[in-house]
Design a protein around this ligand. Structure first.
Ligand code: ZN
Length: 457
């Protein structure tokens, strides 16, 4: 590229010397035409370099990083240069270094984005590389090289900081090089969404519900008829709940309705859930009439209602358990969860609330997971009894023990001995009765051993 200048040199005496300069920086060519003598002059190479490196000729150089612009749909994104490092070399070989740091205020550099439209980048000069960094607060959540001068916004309910870095490399000795980073804040409002860990369940099952994209100031609710003790917890970036169905849940097609209220808009969306039928075994039990009379009476029920029943009303709002639950004692399963029981020929009004594991008296029982002991006492009906709160409404219960080795409010860890197998209370022989529940909704303990119900670390 050739630039043309008129250079007037005015002496102290007022004499004017006028020259036409034609400069080609790439070829390091300088043509000087002396208007007075009307002839071309031929300055030396050093004279050229020296002259072109004086401040009056800085206009010849790219003293700033090339401009870049971001567009989204038909709009220009109000992105700002947050950082720029620019190096250009003068004709005499001296390097000029220009650095810009600029704090970008979200108030002046925000835009509402739609997940379906790309963001395009236009630059004054083709960069060697374009790269992207996306931050949520201080956390870098995305980093990549941008291909084809465009990228899709991140799917995120809320505000993210986008940094687009343009890098221009050094193509020859005199070529300027450096980087320029454009920063803007992209906002997105994604509709709240309910995710279920399964779409079909059975009686005694638990469905893990997770609710995403609930904004600050909004409250999620789940309208449903399957569980009385559904409680919504908040953890990390989501809300979650355990939909626990006891053995009475009727097969059929149900709808869970997610309702999110607050701010200016109410969201409502229905999600189908199928409850499939499940057959529970019938069990016929003969219990010594004397044992039955001693352990199943008004005093026993009254005591049970007073001490045992309220213990599972409240749970600690944090996840104490870690990983799948382990079996508290090894042995034959003598009664499965949910079995219908006939005792001495009469159908009992309750279903079997847990599993019975037969084991020799005094076999050690361990805590199946971490938790806090919320009941440890002798009860007429259930004998030596322990209840552990594992957090977020998940409880484990132990009946008929010979010995209790942990006391109320004690923290226990997975695998820790909590007592021994016995046959205390309403029992026909040494076994552990183990119940798992969500609050007072008894659930199949097997569900807890297969996998971890929820993990949000
Ligand atoms: Zn039992």
């Amino acid at each position: 590229m050739t630039d043309n200048y008129v250079l007037d040199i005015i002496t102290e005496d007022g004499d004017v010397y006028s020259y036409d300069l034609s400069i080609n920086l790439d070829g390091m060519k300088l043509d000087v035409y002396d208007n007075k003598s009307q002839q071309f002059l031929y300055p030396s190479y050093d004279q050229i370099k020296s002259l072109l490196s004086t401040e009056g000729f800085y206009g010849l150089y790219e003293t700033n990083a090339p401009r870049a612009e971001l567009t989204y749909s038909t709009m220009t994104i109000p992105a700002q240069v947050s950082n720029s490092q620019w190096v250009y070399t003068l004709a005499d070989g001296s390097e000029m270094d220009k650095s810009i740091q600029n704090a970008v205020n979200p108030a002046n550099a925000s835009i509402m984005l739609n997940p379906d439209f790309p963001i395009s980048i236009y630059t004054e000069k083709v960069p060697q590389q374009l790269s992207l960094k996306v931050f949520s607060g201080q956390d870098l959540i995305r980093e990549e090289i941008i291909e084809q001068d465009q990228f899709m916004p991140s799917l995120f309910d809320g505000q993210l900081r986008y940094e687009v870095k343009c890098t221009w490399g050094k193509s020859n000795d005199l070529a300027p090089f450096g980087t320029s980073t454009l920063t803007f804040y992209g906002n997105m409002d994604i509709e709240p969404e309910l995710k279920m860990d399964k779409s079909k369940a059975t009686a005694g099952d638990v469905v893990v519900l997770e609710i995403f994209n609930v904004n600050e100031g909004q409250t999620p609710k789940i309208n449903q008829t399957l569980s009385k003790d559904l409680k919504i917890w908040k953890a990390d970036d989501r809300y979650f709940a355990f939909l626990a169905m006891n053995y009475w849940a009727k097969p059929g097609e149900y709808n869970l309705e997610l309702e999110v209220t607050g701010t200016d808009k109410t969201y409502k969306k229905s999600y189908p859930l199928v409850i499939e039928s499940k057959a529970f075994n019938k069990q016929y039990l003969t219990v010594d009439k004397k044992v039955e009379a001693n352990t199943r009476n008004d005093a026993a029920y009254e005591e049970y209602a007073k001490y045992f029943t309220p213990v599972r009303d409240t749970s600690v709002g944090e996840k104490l358990w870690e990983g799948p639950f382990i079996k508290p004692v090894e042995g034959r399963i003598s009664t499965e969860f949910g079995e219908m029981r006939y005792v001495n020929g009469a159908l009992t009004s309750y279903r079997h609330s847990g599993i019975d594991i037969a084991a020799p008296a005094d076999t050690q029982i361990v805590a199946p997971n971490h938790g806090v002991v919320v009941l440890s006492q002798n009860l007429i009906l259930t004998g030596e009894t322990i209840v552990i709160d594992h957090g977020y409404g998940i409880f484990s219960v132990y009946f008929h023990m010979n010995r209790r080795d942990v006391s109320l409010d004690e923290s226990v860890s997975k695998g820790q001995a909590i007592g021994t197998v016995g046959s205390t209370g309403f029992s026909t022989g040494p076994h552990l009765h183990w119940t798992m529940s969500h609050y007072k909704t008894n659930l199949s303990p097997w569900l807890f051993m297969e996998r971890e119900l929820i993990d949000f670390e």
